[in-house]
Write a protein that binds this ligand. Sequence first.
Ligand code: HEC
Ligand code: HEC
Ligand code: HEC
Ligand code: HEC
Ligand code: HEC
Ligand code: HEC
Ligand code: HEC
Length: 367
Amino acid sequence: MKATVAILLLETAFLALGQAAYGSSSVVNTKHNLSVSGPGELKSTVETRVCIFCHTPHHANEDKRLEVNPLWSREASSVTYDPYFSETMQATTKPGQPTGTSRLCLSCHDGSIALGMLKGNYQLPGITSRITPDRSSYIGSDLRNDHPVSFPYDSMLSTKDLELNAPSTLPPEIRLERNTNFVQCTTCHNPHKDPSPPNSKFLVLPNYKNGTQLCIACHNKSGWSANVHSTADATKLDGCEICHKPHGANGVNYAPLLGNRYEYRTQHQYDAGGYSLCLRCHAEADILDPLHPEKTKFPKHYSHVVTQGYPCIACHPSHGVTINDAAHAHLVEFSSIFVTSGTYDSVTKSCNVTCHPTTHLTNPKYY
Ligand code: HEC
Ligand code: HEC
Ligand code: HEC
Ligand code: HEC
Ligand code: HEC
Ligand code: HEC
Ligand code: HEC
């Protein structure tokens, strides 16, 4: 019943309003207009219809793999995807093969089907290209470096993961899949609307070079709002994306979608590449110069990080500190992975800590 109503509504949009009426306020001016009038590089040299690349009022695809089917004109891809995998994800149902609207997006963005290829092997004229791996818009079939999709974001999950907002409190722009509460591509992107290209990327809330409203609509990282990375002029517009990439995260550690290498699990032999996530902005020459330790406000950086091999996270939490006062400044809070117990005071410049395996012989230590 519901499905019938949706299809009727969609037919109304096409037939009664007409394509131009629906499109003129939206798709036409975006890279999703693949007709000859489109603004992007990838488009047909002759086809004039805008919606036809994705929808058709007649003979829509009836492939059962398309569980969500807004009169879809394209084939479903038949590639097998590698879903996002992470040991820290709390969701009970882990992302598997993409479902719902994510499959519709991937029918172009996985690069396996030509842009003008419709159901039944019908090729629209003047456009034979696919989205190729050299383009930043290529998502491919390896989804291990992309934000997880096609899994439920329900109140059970937000109760379990204390740093996620309850789904009932999400702003109206964020759309979880009806009935299933799944996160899909369309939760973050609206394929019909790209408010201010080139950085708006069809996002439902601004995120990149525009403040990080999208990520924090769902993720509620304690300490984040007071964290210098979310307030400093140099970093506030990119927010979470100074470290995380929702797509195309660094190849060495896909989870949790970091943009560069960052070793944080073990004490280990120092190599600068292992901290390139931070050293991209905080130059190695400034914080880890053995001859001029006074260049950094913590002159013991070299001995801890290089000589003893402690990772940054032993002292600097990724998302902010839990206590915010003068004595807890500079984004310092010890990690329980490396420190059994400890306090830090940025006013007296002292640490009182028991670390493993190396324990301070005298406490407090001053720097
Ligand atoms: C690049 C692909 C693409 C193009 C081009 C496109 N759409 Fe869509 N459209 C989608 C996807 C994907 C969905 C389903 C996902 C969703 O809920 O947003 C959809 C859903 C819809 C719906 C269902 C209601 C809704 O918003 O969920 C309507 C109506 C619609 N499109 C109309 C149009 C019209 C009219 C055009 C041409 C002016 C058009 N679309 C062009 C991809 C496209
Ligand atoms: C009919 C094919 C097609 C479908 C279906 C499609 N896209 Fe696209 N999309 C494109 C093309 C082509 C581009 C431009 C790519 C380029 O220039 O490299 C694009 C660009 C984008 C961009 C980048 C915009 C920019 O400014 O760089 C985003 C984000 C995007 N699509 C998301 C989606 C999402 C999400 C869906 C599903 C809801 C979707 N697309 C469905 C073909 C498609
Ligand atoms: C949790 C939110 C989220 C989800 C889910 C999501 N994206 Fe994105 N996507 C983003 C953000 C944020 C950006 C902008 C990244 C940037 O420019 O730094 C983006 C960018 C893109 C781009 C443009 C990349 C570029 O550099 O031009 C494409 C294409 C894209 N997404 C497609 C998809 C597809 C397809 C899916 C589903 C498989 C999807 N997205 C799911 C948040 C999301
Ligand atoms: C629609 C809500 C929503 C939005 C918007 C969103 N996320 Fe997520 N994100 C989730 C959910 C739900 C999970 C799964 C959490 C879990 O299972 O523990 C997740 C998982 C993740 C993970 C993987 C966690 C792990 O333990 O491996 C990262 C990293 C992440 N998100 C970063 C981001 C970033 C960065 C942004 C902004 C570009 C963003 N998210 C936007 C809902 C969202
Ligand atoms: C300074 C770099 C940095 C910034 C900025 C940052 N993160 Fe992270 N994030 C990390 C690192 C490193 C990890 C893995 C270690 C850890 O969990 O602390 C991580 C882990 C995560 C995880 C998975 C584990 C968990 O804690 O749930 C999620 C989800 C996440 N970040 C989301 C976000 C969001 C949302 C933002 C913006 C509000 C953000 N991050 C900003 C570096 C950063
Ligand atoms: C043993 C603990 C410890 C480790 C490990 C550590 N830091 Fe620090 N760091 C500190 C303390 C304490 C301060 C604050 C000093 C003050 O201002 O009182 C600090 C300050 C900083 C500052 C502020 C600016 C400056 O020049 O002092 C930056 C940036 C910084 N650390 C980056 C890093 C990076 C990147 C790593 C990993 C390569 C790292 N730290 C590893 C303890 C540590
Ligand atoms: C995109 C650039 C960028 C990245 C990446 C980055 N930072 Fe920062 N960081 C800044 C800026 C800007 C500031 C604030 C101005 C300053 O003190 O230099 C800052 C401040 C800090 C401070 C000092 C806080 C204070 O109050 O004195 C610490 C500690 C720090 N960052 C650690 C890290 C660590 C650890 C990483 C990697 C996980 C990292 N940063 C990644 C740009 C960055």
